[in-house]
Design a protein around this ligand. Structure first.
Ligand code: DC
Length: 235
């Protein structure tokens, strides 16, 4: 079996994981696996069925009705649930909340485990999430734990929301970031934590471009074989 390269990127919400992972995947010709989208899809389905997403007794039986697939179109990940393409529908604030309510449920995490793990057995992947380096890909070729101060992450999130026309205050967003950090790192199942062999990358004070330069430098240093892939992608 071919030895695929897998890069695990974990960290709290708002650290820039998905934007950075997506760009690096393009640059090095990897598949980008956004695992948050899978939790969002289960949260979306629970809402569609009129079920409270945090209700273990009600959510668990729904899993048997769900067939999830990841497909890649023009390098972009698309999630299909029972044949329906969901990508746009799972980015609403309501679905973000539903995803954070289903994600602590052990049957949901078990349900998504194989799908995530299998992606790393068929391709070179950059996979981001909360438990990729600790649970999903404990043998990943390279693990990064990406973080930034809560204030910085709140500032970035605030900017994004204001650009989308959503009226929020910095204090509200900061409180939300702190609450989500607490929930993600204190849940019993697969809490957010840095794997022992993960490199800590703190992007506090960086622009997105600076973070991308910093992280691609780490990738090229730790995985020199990527230099060849990059040359191939540029040509
Ligand atoms: O990264 P995101 O905001 O799209 O993630 C949505 C939710 O799913 C978030 O509350 C954390 C959770 N999640 C998780 O528990 N484990 C992962 N590997 C990815 C996301």
């Amino acid at each position: 079996m071919k030895d695929w390269i897998s890069i695990a990127i974990d960290g709290p919400s708002g650290a820039g994981k998905s934007t950075i992972a997506r760009q690096l995947a393009k640059r090095f010709g990897f598949i980008y696996v956004d695992t948050g989208a899978l939790y969002r899809s289960i949260g979306w389905y629970a809402l569609e069925q009129g079920v409270f997403p945090g209700d273990l007794e009600k959510v668990e039986p729904l899993l048997a009705q769900i067939h999830l697939e990841l497909k890649y179109e023009g390098g972009e990940q698309r999630v299909y649930l029972n044949g329906q393409e969901l990508s746009g529908k799972i980015r609403t604030p309501e679905v973000s909340m539903a995803a954070s309510q289903v994600s602590p449920l052990p049957p949901v995490r078990r349900f998504l485990f194989d799908l995530q793990r299998n992606m790393a057995q068929i391709s070179n992947v950059i996979m981001d999430g909360r438990d990729i380096g600790t649970v999903v890909l404990p043998n990943a070729t390279l693990k990064l734990f990406l973080t930034a101060s809560p204030e910085d992450r709140a500032q970035r999130r605030c900017q994004e929301l204001l650009e989308k026309g959503v009226q929020v205050t910095y204090d509200e967003v900061l409180a939300d970031v702190q609450k989500r950090d607490y929930n993600d790192s204190h849940r019993a199942e697969a809490p957010l934590r840095q794997a022992e062999d993960a490199l800590l990358v703190d992007t506090t004070g960086n622009s997105l471009e600076q973070s991308i330069t910093q992280i691609s430098g780490i990738l090229l240093e730790k995985l020199p074989q990527l230099q060849k892939k990059e040359a191939r992608n540029v040509l």
